[in-house]
Design a protein. Structure first.
Length: 110
């Protein structure tokens, strides 16, 4: 099938989206190979075509709230962990001191 430039241009969007039948796809491909003008247009359009959905790093309103909540929860957990660490540290220290004292007392008793 002999494609004209106008036909190719009409099909170019569908070609980029791969929404063409095999016949049309081949026809467009063949025309692109032989026509630098259409090839340039194709390259241009392809670069402008929306790329596959990417992971959005932009934070919109809703996500912002969720992140904020999670951060608060996390910092709360970290605080709790810190308190537990301090308490267990104090407890271990007390245990060590009382063990030492016990040892000393035993020594004096003997
Ligand atoms: Zn052409």
């Amino acid at each position: 099938m002999n494609m004209t430039c106008n036909m190719t241009k009409d099909l170019l969007d569908l070609y980029i989206e791969k929404n063409l039948s095999t016949d049309s796809l081949t026809a467009v491909e063949e025309h692109l190979q032989s026509c630098p003008d259409c090839m340039a247009l194709f390259e241009n359009k392809r670069n402008q075509a929306p790329k596959k959905p990417q992971i959005k790093f932009e934070v919109n309103g809703i996500d912002d709230v969720i992140i904020d909540k999670n951060l608060k929860l996390l910092s709360k957990r970290l605080k709790t962990r810190k308190i537990i660490n301090i308490i267990s540290g104090v407890f271990m220290a007390l245990l060590t001191v009382s063990a030492c004292l016990y040892g000393l007392i035993k020594k004096y008793e003997d």
